[in-house]
Write a protein that binds this ligand. Sequence first.
Ligand code: TRP
Length: 457
Amino acid sequence: MTDNTSRIHGTWSSRWTFILAAAGSAIGLGNLWKFPYVAGANGGGAFVLVYLLCIALVGIPVMIAEIMLGRRGRQSPINAMRRVTSEAGLPRFWNSIGWLGVIGALMILSYYAVVAGWALQHIGAALSGDFQGTNALASSQRFAALLGDASSLVLWQSIFMIMTVAVVIGGVVKGLGVAVRVMMPVLLLLLVLLLIFGYREGNFSAGWSFMFNLDFGALTLHGVLVALGHSFFTLSLGMGAIMAYGAYMPDNARIGSTVLMIGGLDTVVSIMAGLVIFPIVFAHPELQPSEGPGLLFVSLPVAFGNMPAGLFFGALFFILVTLAAWSSAISLLEPGVAWLIESKGMSRVTANLSLGLIAWVLGLGTVLSFNAWEDYRLLGFNFFEFLDFITSSVMLPLTGLFIAVFVGWVMKEYIVREELADDSPWMMGIWYPLVRYLSPILVAVVLVAGIYDVLLR
Ligand code: TRP
């Protein structure tokens, strides 16, 4: 490792810290909020299957590749790409992986903070008894009232953005370790409790069949693209986040088994979130699986409002959602910050404040898309949906494609072998063909077909 990097950013104390931090980045609103609502909006089972295939055949291989790039480059994504490209004697075009990453991450962070703000607001709502005895209709109205109130959305969005900036100013290694270590186990435990509640009180069999019965008629080409994009989103791929964390990974840690563990954990959390939410949705005819971005925030209060100690569990749940979002948001800010520090000689504080401000301003667009700008449409999307489409369904697959092609074809094979020296020999046998052939072809085909589908509608 270069002295320079460890001096500026620090290294993870152990492989385990890396796993926790990467899992902290991966597990977030993507699992608890986004996965259930995109699965619901795209008809359930067939979408879930395609999503799982995308994780296994594209997400995991690309994650291995991205960590490898970061560890090899040992700097912020933009400079890591510079270094790896010059090592390979390549044109500067390949640096765009780093660039696209930093810009895309800020775009995602902008709306991420707004949604995390909803979670923050729901902690107080739970504590003040707002969910007590609530029903589906009242819960929908409560959430609609929140969305209609732009100034309160901005308030919560701002608080969350300040929380994120504060941790990244503290430095990722110091700021993160502790939070993740406590949070993950509690989150899993609470999901299990909610699962039991949904099993006993909700319509579990309807929820289960919605998630696992295959109805391919319900899935559009755009839906397939959403599934692919979400497999990148949920694993934090394609935006330099995992690359930046990879830069802090010890040299001798095994990449393959580490990634399998993170990918597995992330998938389990998403599936559990679905199995918590859909049984509740199907127990209440007023709730629809295709509810959209409000799905989590409308359905779960109904459960909390009608279970013993619901006030406590409700508050705890939204605290956990906030923490999960927090540890993910950090990884959206860090790559850009690391780059400004390295290349522009900015201080950590200035870099954070500048990028945080940019993301905050852009986030105002998302806030307004739920009220004042509701009717402005681009390709049929409102501002939030458009931002989500461009980032999740276009930029993430595109950078993912670049990364796969780069590691599979451009990076010298001996370098790849060197990075995998501590991994099992299986890796070269299975992962290498995936990242060279299957992943890039799948991504390219789905990307073109999915965008075509959107432009045609
Ligand atoms: N993976 C996170 C989630 O599921 C979101 C996230 C964090 C992300 N960092 C990222 C998505 C980088 C894409 C790229 O909530």
